[in-house]
Every structure is written in C-alpha cells, then in structure tokens.
Design a protein around this ligand. Structure first.
Ligand code: SF4
Length: 360
C-alpha cells in the first residue's frame, strides 16, 4: 500500500478525477450553488436517498421554504407533510431544530466554519464537509457512499468498508487526494466520478481514465470491492390498524415514541410479533365499535432494519368516543385527512380511494 501513497501517484489520481469531471459535467439544481442553506437542504435530503427520488422533494422544499427563516418559522407538522414519503423523518425534525438554533444563536446567518456547522443537529462529518467546501471553499473532503466505493477500489481495500478502521483509512486517503486549492470542485468531481463512472454494479472500467492506477482493476477484484459486513436479517413487525370513524370524522393520533415514524400520524394501532387473525384481535379491542367494515387491506414497507406488515380494518364507532379522547386522538374531517403526514403504509392505504369512499 505504501508505494500507492506517494505524491506522484496521488496527484495523478487527483488530476484524472478532475479532468474527467470537466469533460463530464453533471447538471443538478444544487450544483454550483454557494448558498449554505440550499446546500444543507440538498445534502440532508440526499442522505439515504437516491438523487432521482430526492430531487422532487428538494424542489418542493425550496418552493415552500426558500429561506432558513421560512423553515425556522414553519410548524413541525407542516414540515412532516412536505417530507412525507421520503423516510428517515428524524432528518426533517433535526433540520427544523437546527434552523431555529441558527436564527437564535447566529442571527439567522448560516455558521461559516466547519466545527460550528458540525454542531448542527443531524449534521455529520460528511455534510459538514460538503457545506464547508461548497459554500465557503474550506479544505474538507467529502466522503459519501460513492467516494467510499471509488477509494476502496482504487486502493484495493478488501476489508469491509463499514469497519471503522477501514472507514478511517478511506477518509485519510480521500484527504490526501483532496485538491486544497479548489476543494469545492474536487469534492463534486470525486462524488460524480463514483456515482457515474465507478458505479456499484457494472462500473465503466473499460473507459476509465484511472484504469492503470486502479488497484482493484489491475488485480481483477473490482467485483469483490467494496466488501461489507454481513447484515443481520431484518425483523418483521405486524401492525394492525383499526381505522375508527364516526359520521364525517376519522380519529388519528401523532406518534410520539422513540420508535420509528415519530411525529407522523396514525390510526389506532395494535402491534404483534407474528401474523394474527382479526377475529382474535377484535374481542380485546378497547374501542366502542358499532360496525366493522369487511374490507381489509394489507400493505408492506421495508425499512433499513425492519419490515412492517400492516393490515387495516375500518370501524364505525358508537356515540361515546371518550376512550379516544382520553388517549389523545384527534378528530379529523375525512376530506382533510390528506393534510396530515402519515407513514408510507398508511399513505398507501389512504390512496386506495375505495377505502374512503366505501364508508356508507
Ligand atoms: S477502473 Fe473501474 S473500478 Fe477502477 S476506478 Fe475505474 S471504474 Fe472504478
């Protein structure tokens, strides 16, 4: 490895990446942007999200919150509605809190040095480096998934890249490659190179300007790198939702647990660790049910560490809804139900128009 860390070798890689980027410009709405607020929003949206999926959310977000003050002055419920469907909702809550901190502690001016940016909620070393370099030209290297893959292949790192020591090695190598005279351009170039040229599957090795320098290519190991630790199998949770309504109103409640989907709304939930029949569930439900609609709906949602299997049963209530009021359920007009932010499984259920229209 030592001989691959010499300055000449590293310079050649750096120049190759930057030349490739000049010849292959990538057009994205947040590129060439120097506004730290807009860079921050784009980077947070793109965490755990593909560009194609994140782009419409970014545009919607910017339309509704063109400035940091607009975001800070929003309600969390409204922000959740904008974020609905994007997942990892903690990102949105952290942004909201950070926007308010910036208003209070920095007079609404985005912090301009790396360590202050790193203090913001939900901002890790990658996002802080992206904002510091793209907005303020500070010499911090970004290490996202694309950069990790590219570097692990260039230097033929065969150990799992999610191992902290390997990650550290990759960050060191990325820092050594960084062009400190133009960190913004270099950072964009290395991320684009990883995303477009050194793709996860079928990388463009045959047309790659770094082919001769790439240790994985030279050793015919491209398909083996990057290696990852074996993932634990995802556990399945079984959510049984009763959808209570009375006249023109549904009853919903905001999830406030430390569990998934905190801050989103939901119907009356009963959870099991295995599949259960409604006939076993209903007799034990503490709700004043007048009528059960026969229509049942099943939906599945895959999260990073778990799978949610959700079933819905719509139930009409009798007059006494004190139990729901006691448990802090909110009465919402059926027509207004789409104004609230729900987890994807519930959103899918609500999009199934028959479910709503068949309540007669
Ligand atoms: S030769 Fe292939 S694996 Fe190596 S950097 Fe180029 S595209 Fe990536």
């Amino acid at each position: 490895m030592g001989r691959f860390k010499n300055t000449k070798y590293l310079n050649a890689i750096q120049k190759g990446i930057m030349a490739w980027s000049s010849e292959n410009p990538r057009h994205l709405p947040w590129k060439d942007n120097r506004d730290p607020y807009q860079i921050w929003v784009s980077e947070i949206i793109l965490q755990q999200t593909r560009v194609e999926q994140g782009l419409p959310y970014y545009l919607k977000f910017m339309e509704r919150y063109p400035t940091l003050l607009d975001l800070a002055n929003s309600t969390e419920d409204e922000l959740m509605k904008i974020w609905e469907g994007l997942g990892y909702y903690r990102r949105a809550r952290h942004m909201h809190q950070s926007a308010q901190i910036i208003v209070q502690q920095y007079d609404a001016i985005f912090p301009q040095n790396y360590s202050d940016i790193l203090q913001l909620k939900g901002v890790g070393s990658y996002t802080a480096a992206a904002i510091a370099s793209f907005a303020f030209d500070l010499p911090y290297v970004v290490v996202d998934g694309n950069v990790i893959r590219l570097i692990s292949r260039l230097f033929a790192l065969v150990d799992p890249v999610d191992d902290p020591s390997v990650r550290k090695e990759i960050e060191n190598l990325a820092s050594m490659l960084l062009d400190k005279t133009d960190p913004a351009f270099f950072n964009q170039a290395i991320m684009d190179f990883g995303a477009i040229q050194c793709k996860p599957v079928h990388p463009e090795c045959n047309h790659c300007p770094l082919q001769e320098k790439c240790q994985a290519f030279q050793k015919d190991m491209v398909n083996l790198i990057p290696a990852k630790k074996e993932k634990k199998p995802r556990k399945t949770r079984f959510f049984y939702y009763l959808v209570p309504y009375k006249d023109e109103f549904f009853y919903i409640r905001k999830r406030s647990t430390t569990d998934i989907w905190s801050g989103l709304f939901e119907f009356y939930l009963i959870e099991f660790s295995e599949e259960v029949d409604w006939s076993k569930i209903l007799p034990n439900v503490d709700l004043p049910i007048k009528r059960v609609h026969r229509q049942q709906n099943k939906y599945k949602q895959q999260l990073s560490h778990q799978i949610i299997q959700a079933e819905f049963l719509t139930v009409e209530l009798i007059d006494d809804i004190s139990i729901l009021e006691r448990d802090k359920y909110t009465r919402v007009k059926r027509k207004k139900i789409r104004n609230f932010a729900f987890p994807k499984v519930i959103d899918c259920f609500l999009k199934d128009k028959d479910v709503i229209l068949n309540l007669h």
